[in-house]
Design a protein around this ligand. Sequence first.
Ligand SMILES: O=P(O)(O)OP(=O)(O)OP(=O)(O)OC[C@H]1O[C@@H](n2cnc3c(O)ncnc32)[C@H](O)[C@@H]1O
Ligand SMILES: [Mg+2]
Length: 207
Amino acid sequence: MARRFPAGAPGGRLVIASHNAGKVREIGELLAPWGVTVVSAGELGLPEPEETGTTFVANAELKAHAAARASGLPALADDSGLEVAALGGAPGIYSARWAGPGKDFGHAMGEIERRLAGAADRRARFVCALTLAWPDGHADTFLGTVDGTLVFPPRGDRGFGYDPMFLPLGSSETFGQMDGAAKHGISHRADAFAQLVAACFAGPAAS
Ligand SMILES: O=P(O)(O)OP(=O)(O)OP(=O)(O)OC[C@H]1O[C@@H](n2cnc3c(O)ncnc32)[C@H](O)[C@@H]1O
Ligand SMILES: [Mg+2]
């Protein structure tokens, strides 16, 4: 049974257990209608845990447990990435690491283009595991996906990470061209978040 949110949460506060500014912004936007006070792991000065898991779910759980333990608050972590079909699912859980310590996603997108050279199959999907963990060790995890194709050169300067080269199925705009609301209508993160809301947040969203 998933634990319902504000039960037991001091002041309805929740830590967004991510050091990625793009994710913190998107998760903040998704949480906004729910009347939750959010604070990010960076604002609390929490360390960035080493992602030693071999799956999105394992890494989301590891990040959420670390932040919940360290802060004494419920913590929401996101582990996500891009799976490219013709690359056997790479970069997958290594999506952040492909950008290197300088977080150079221009380089990471170029690397994918180079490795795809000649391949007709341009299918890809984004995956997002979201874990809401509690200081007592309870955790609930939800997995979201969105299917699409890759375009080169990348298009748009909105969003973050691999967004400019990801064209979701049925769309004429990449995630890098869409505004936040359009991306939240279809994204892997919004898919996982909708499941979290259904399981963990009581009542309707505040209007
Ligand atoms: O672990 P945290 O601190 O949350 O931040 P991170 O950037 O390291 O996050 P991940 O370990 O989950 O790595 C996921 C990478 O996949 C990419 N990614 C995930 N969701 C994305 C999205 O919605 N749009 C574009 N790229 C995305 C992005 O480059 C992320 O850095
Ligand atoms: Mg990470």
